[in-house]
Structures are given as C-alpha cells and as structure tokens.
Design a protein around this ligand. Structure first.
Ligand SMILES: O=C(O)C1=C[C@@H](OP(=O)(O)O)[C@@H](O)[C@H](O)C1
Ligand SMILES: C=C(OP(=O)(O)O)C(=O)O
Length: 446
C-alpha cells in the first residue's frame, strides 16, 4: 500500500484560470462511520457516495475481519451487519494504515468485547497519542494488554471483567474521543454519558440515532453538551447517501480563490455547521463563495459552492472556531499567503497530533516557499503577498500527511515559482481523485 511505497514527489506550477465543475469524494468522517455502523447493525446497509480512500477501506477491512460482509455492486456498497454485541474476534491484527479516525473509533467499538484485538498502523499513526481513547476505555474496565510506550500503537485490547458505563468529560476538542466513548457505550449495560464542553463534528450522534440507537443530547445554558447512550440496544441497517467532503472541497476551493480569473462550481458539499469554519473564515477574508442550491439530503445540509478568484485580506481566526475547521488550517495558511496583511490563527494545539505536527509542517513549508510567518505554541500568523510575488521555489516535507501534500500543491498553482512536495502517495488516504480533479479544472501538477 502507499504508505510502504517509495516517495513520489509532485510539482505544481502557476496555472491560468481554473474553470469547470467538480464533485469531490464522499465525506471521510461519514464514510468511516457508515462502514462501522453498517457492519455492526442487524440486516442490510446500502451506501452510495462512499469515499474509497485508503483510510476508509482499512475500516471496511477491519469490519470484515470481525464478521461483517461487505461487497460493492455498481457503485453501491452493500453490508450485511453482525448485529450489536456480535462482533467476532479478528484472527489477525487490524491494520489501520494512516487513519486516526478508523483506529480510534474502532478501539471504542471493540474495547468492551470479551475478545483480544490488536491495532497496528503506519509510521505516522504509530506516533499519534492513543491515551486520549485508552484512558476513558480503562475507566469502563477495558484491559490494555500491550501498547508501545506512551500509549501508542501497536496495542492490544481485551474486554473488561465487568463492563461499567461512565460519565466522561472530554478533555480536548476531539470528535474521535467523544465517538470512541459513545461506541464503547453501545456494548455496555446502562447509560454512558459523554460531556462535551466544546462542540465537535456530530456525525456519530446523528448517525447512531439514524441506526436506531437510544441516544439523546442536551445542551446546557453554558453550551456544554451532554450526550447519553443506552447500551445493548438494537441497531438496524440503513440506506446512506454520503455527501461530498468539505475538507476535500477545501483544496479546489482555495485554488480557485488564489488563481486569478478562476470561476468554478463544486457540487454536493456537506454543509453541516460543525464543518463550515473554513468557508466562514474565507468569506471574512473577502472570498467570493456562493452557496447555490442549498438543500437537505439524508438529514444533512448540502450545497453547491460557486467560487471565484478573490482579493483576500488577513483576518484573526478565533480559537473557538478551530473544531469546525480543524483539518483545514494547512490550506487556510496557503490562502493567507496570498492575502493582503496578516492572518492570525489561534487555538491550534490539536494540529500538533495529526498525521504530522501540522503546525510545524505548515510553518516549515511556508518558510521554504518565501512566506513570512510565525509559529507559536498554538498559533500561526502568516503575512501574505497578494499575487504570490516572490513565493514558491521550495520543496515541502510532507511527513506522511495528505493534507500537507495537497495544501502546498495548491500553493504552487498561484505562486511565482513552482512548489514541490516530497511525496504525493498519502493523498490517496483521503482524496484519491485529487490529481485528476485538479487537472480537469486546469491545474498544472505533475
Ligand atoms: O471524528 C472524525 O471523523 C474526525 C475528527 C477529527 O479528529 P479529532 O477528533 O482528533 O479532532 C478530524 O481531524 C479527523 O479528520 C476526523
Ligand atoms: C486528521 C485527519 O485524519 P485522521 O485523524 O483520521 O487520521 C485528517 O484527515 O486530516
């Protein structure tokens, strides 16, 4: 698979105006959960629009290894689930490749089962902290039989001697941690409660309810969410149409804003309010992004985005907005490199524990391409050069991080000199169609 393959550099060059219509692949968060919940539920789940990126395929393989039947017919994925409580012990370690979401949510899903499950991943995933999931699971009685130092993968879980529901306040803004605890609660008698002080993406809550879980959410007067799930209920297979991923749409979107004369349409993009922080921020910067054909599909807001090249100006992005655009900061930093004045991004501590230390990786990538920026502990400020004058000419270290690779290729489309990334392989984890889709819009990347 790509993460074991030799590095393959890619170079993006200044392009003339981008135009045309694009459809980005399905939302990664919803795609992982569709495979997991479909694999767990009783009966049949049918999924269209699924993201067929490597991360999601690893989740599908894991569910198959635990008893789910997953097939694809004519673009539709069909799953026969095992039934809640009936996952089987996998015979081999579950290999999650590069995927934080797949591995962390699955730890919650299987942790309370009376079986032994081993989790492995690539060099990037093996560096990422898993204690944030293992800590609450331990409180529920889950046994961590083995783990690499600092609660890292490879690690092996075994179910509790006596499973106990917990009330858990999530200590960092993380949908993965919230979700892992809720999924552990699915197989635990009684009511498991997750307290979420800062709202993160709510796909687990919405989708579990759709599959029939007894789950309720109250938001108190301080905006703190209390999510309760009753364990050992029945889940029933569903029909799911996965909308386009706003985190993938971000790349052609920013490209069209910074390449002069561009005018593109990106169709069918998920507009869940927990995911739209980038669009709001870019609009504050002066971006011409028009939401066309706003609609509701499968319980989610969806729209087409018309994007035209725009003169951007720097803004301050408040820390409380971070959860709604957490994966979009690398490409926002690229947009900021072409804006008039300074853009200050705050509340970025979680960026340090993604596929790479994204705060450092972005700052180094900007520096080697002539962008004036300052990296703080949890902030990044970027002083832009409208028109991209003097920018580019560097080679960016991607550190097995798909979003670093795609962000800097976008930069190269509008910088004065070409931008090279040291490895394009990881793009396939979340957006295998990236190169072709960008070329169809007129981007020069080779
Ligand atoms: O729950 C999810 O689907 C995700 C949650 C976020 O991670 P954190 O929970 O670590 O913030 C995000 O960065 C990731 O790409 C997908
Ligand atoms: C952080 C990301 O993914 P994950 O945590 O699932 O590896 C991402 O896709 O940007």
């Amino acid at each position: 698979m790509a993460h074991d393959a030799e590095s393959r550099p890619a170079t993006a060059r200044r392009s003339s105006s981008l135009s045309g219509t694009a459809r980005v692949p399905g939302d990664k968060s919803i795609s992982h959960r569709s495979f997991m919940f479909g694999g767990l539920a009783s009966g049949e789940t049918r999924i269209t629009g699924l993201l067929e990126g490597e991360d999601v395929m690893r989740t599908g393989d894991a569910m198959k290894a635990m008893g789910a039947k997953i097939t694809k017919n004519d673009g539709e994925w069909v799953i026969q689930g095992v039934g809640n409580g009936c996952l089987l012990e996998p015979k081999e370690p579950l290999d999650f490749g590069n995927a934080g979401t797949g591995s962390r949510l699955t730890m919650g899903l299987v942790g309370t089962y009376d079986m032994r499950t081993t989790f492995v991943g690539d060099a990037s995933l093996s560096k990422r902290p898993m204690g944030r999931v293992l800590d609450p699971l331990r409180l529920m009685g889950v046994q961590v039989l083995e783990s690499a130092s600092g609660d890292r993968m490879p690690l092996t879980l075994h179910g509790p001697k006596h499973a106990a529901p917990i009330e858990y306040r999530v200590p960092m803004a993380s949908a993965q941690v919230k979700s892992a605890v809720l999924l552990a609660g699915l197989n635990t008698p009684g009511v498991t409660t997750v307290i979420e002080p800062v709202m993160t993406r709510d796909h687990t809550e919405k989708m579990l309810k759709g599959f029939g879980a007894e789950l309720e959410v109250d938001t108190d007067s301080h905006g703190v969410r209390h999510i309760r799930i009753k364990g050992q209920g029945k889940l029933t297979g569903q029909i799911i149409a996965v909308p386009g991923d706003p985190s993938s749409a971000a790349f052609p979107l920013v490209a069209a804003l910074i390449v002069p004369g561009s005018d593109i349409l990106i169709e069918n993009v998920l507009m869940n309010p927990t995911r739209t922080g980038l669009i709001l921020t870019l609009q504050e910067m002066g971006a011409q992004i028009e939401l066309v054909n706003q609609r509701s599909a499968g319980g989610e807001d969806v729209a087409d985005l018309r994007v035209r090249a725009s003169d951007l100006k720097g803004v301050t992005v408040p820390p409380e907005r971070a959860p709604s655009m957490i994966d979009e900061y690398p490409v926002l930093a690229v947009a900021a490199s072409f804006a008039e004045g300074e853009t200050l991004m705050q509340g970025l501590e979680e960026l340090r524990v993604k596929e790479s230390d994204r705060l450092a990786a972005v700052a180094r990538g900007l520096e080697v391409n002539g962008v004036d920026c300052t990296e703080g502990h949890e902030t990044l400020s970027v002083r832009g050069k409208p028109g991209g004058k003097g920018l580019g000419g560097g080679t960016v270290a991607t550190h097995l991080d798909h979003r670093i690779a795609m962000s800097f290729l976008v930069m190269g489309l509008a910088a004065e000199k070409p931008v090279t990334v040291d490895d394009r392989n990881m793009i396939a984890t979340s957006f295998p169609e990236f190169m072709g889709l960008m070329a169809d819009l007129g981007a020069q990347i080779d």
